[in-house]
Every structure is written in C-alpha cells, then in structure tokens.
Write a new protein. Structure first.
Length: 303
C-alpha cells in the first residue's frame, strides 16, 4: 500500500493516513458539490414541487413542506461532509486523535443516515413530507431543556400542519424514523456497529483503558481503530451524497468536473472517484487484519 512494511510500521501507517484523509477531504467536497450543484430541486415523477406545496402547504403553518424536505436532505448532506472534513483534519497528526475523530464519525453517520432517509428516490412525495414531519417532531425533546422559542415555533408549525392535512395522507403508512441507531443500521448494515462509534464519545471505561495502554506501548492499535472510524465516515458521506444525486438526477461526473474547476485541478471520473474510495477501504481492511495488540504486562505509573 505504502511500502513493503505497511502496516507493520507506524511511519508507514502515518503515510497511509495522510493520503487517505486527503481523499476524505475530497469526498467531503463531493458532498458539498452535490448539495450545491443545482438550484432547482426535483421530486421524482412530479413536474413541480411548487404545485404540490400549493396544495398541501399553508402560510398558517408550513408554507412549503416538500421544498423543506428537499432542503433538509441537502442540509444533512452538507453537515455530513463537514463532519468528515473535520474528522480528516484530526487524523492527519503525529498521533491519532481518536476521541474527536470517533465523535465526528458518529456525527457523520447520524447526519448521513437522515439524509438517506429523506432523499430516498424510491418513495413518493407524500412519504418524503411525512418523514420530514417525523424528524421535526422527534427533535422536540432536545429543545425542551433550552426552551428555544424559535425552535418551538418551528415544531409547532409542523404539528399544526400535520393536524390540518391528516386526510390528505390517510392512505400513507406511518414513516417512523426511529432512533439514530435504527437509522444508521437501516441504511448502513455493513458498517461499524453504533456501539463502536459511541464508546470513545461516551467515555467507556473499558475502551479507554485498553486504548490508552496500547498507545503507551506504541502499537498500531489506536491508528487502526481511528482509521476504521474515519473510513466509516467516508463511506456514509459518499452514500448520502450519491443518493442526493440520484434524487435530483444529477450527473456525478459533472459534479466532479465542477469540483475540479473550483480547485484548479485535473477532473476525475466517477469511476476513478469510487476506485480511490476503495483504495482507502482496502488499506484500512489490511491494517485491521494486521493490527498489533501488545499483551505484555501493562506499564505501571510510579507509586
């Protein structure tokens, strides 16, 4: 991958991490480029979002429910790319910043899973709007503690909208979002368990003890765990941006050409873009398969 000693030397791993996270930033830029590529949102199978909003929206509560659904999906993709970019910056250090990068990877997963939930091109506009309502409704609990009146009004508007339009959606199954864990596991069943991302964030005592001791011993264990979290953040960001492209019928190659023009760089094709993502995955898998765990007696502090 980097040299014949990789991943058995820390220098080789650092070199790989440097290149991998540079690519992570490129993925974050693709997410941003996808979100801002078009000013006209498209609802599959429908001629006009405005016509639908004129039918089910109202100035008395939510004026543009379907437009809001598309904007919210866009916001989630942007914030997922933000989390991935920040995660990449933390890893390109002499030592892996595992706590912060894990928390950011979990944030990327939560935002991207909501983007996937909202921007599914296989659902119709009624389901998309009801999913948006579900996300706003479920956000109430987090705002009760701060008594944010602006947030309370937004949630109340959506609750009034739902009560007003009940008959319009009577034939639509309930679009329950579920917990963050549920959403992540629904859209990324192949990926890291939610618990693996949560241990560093929550300060799990067992995880922290094992992690710090391995780092004191100079093994590649922490690098492996950190890069696994980073790779997961990259994967969910790619998936969310790709689904947004599918929802709006965007040409991925055109998005990548726009990125290249903005960065004064050579354009890359969508196939080559995915090949680079696979290069990162293979490197992280190789490191995982060869991770070093030092089982010797733990270093003891002076008493």
């Amino acid at each position: 991958m980097v040299d014949q000693d990789f991943p058995h030397t820390l220098d080789g791993i650092r070199q790989f991490a440097e290149r991998a996270t540079l690519w992570g930033n490129a993925v974050a830029q693709f997410a941003l480029g996808s979100a801002y590529f078009s000013t006209a949102y498209q609802e599959p199978g429908e001629e006009s979002i405005d016509a639908i909003d004129a039918e089910v929206g109202s100035k008395a509560d939510v004026e543009g429910p379907l437009l809001t659904a598309h904007r919210l999906a866009k916001f989630y993709v942007i914030s997922c790319g933000d989390a991935l970019s920040s995660c990449s910056e933390l890893i390109r250090k002499d030592h892996p910043m595992h706590i912060g990068s894990a928390a950011l990877a979990r944030t990327a997963a939560e935002h991207s899973s909501k983007a996937m939930y909202l921007s599914d091109p296989a659902i119709d506009w009624k389901q998309r709007v009801l999913r948006t309502h579900e996300l706003f409704k479920s956000s109430l609990q987090e705002y009760k503690s701060s008594n944010d009146m602006g947030a309370k009004k937004l949630i109340d508007d959506w609750q009034r909208w739902r009560a007003r339009t009940g008959s319009t959606f009577s034939d639509v199954p309930r679009q329950t979002a579920g917990s963050n864990r549920t959403l992540i596991e629904r859209h990324f069943p192949h990926a890291l368990a939610y618990d693996e991302l949560s241990r560093p964030t929550h300060g799990n005592a067992t995880w922290l003890t094992l992690e710090v001791i391995q780092e004191q011993k100079g093994t590649n264990y922490t690098w492996c765990a950190t890069l696994r979290n980073f790779c997961f953040a990259m994967d969910v960001c790619v998936a969310a941006a790709d689904r947004l492209c599918e929802l709006w019928s965007l040409d991925r190659d055109a998005v990548l050409r726009m990125m290249a023009e903005r960065n004064s760089a050579e354009p890359i094709s969508w196939d080559d873009f995915n090949a680079m993502c696979e290069w990162v995955r293979l490197g992280v898998d190789h490191l995982t398969d060869n991770v070093v765990v030092d089982a010797r007696e733990d270093p003891q502090p002076r008493r």
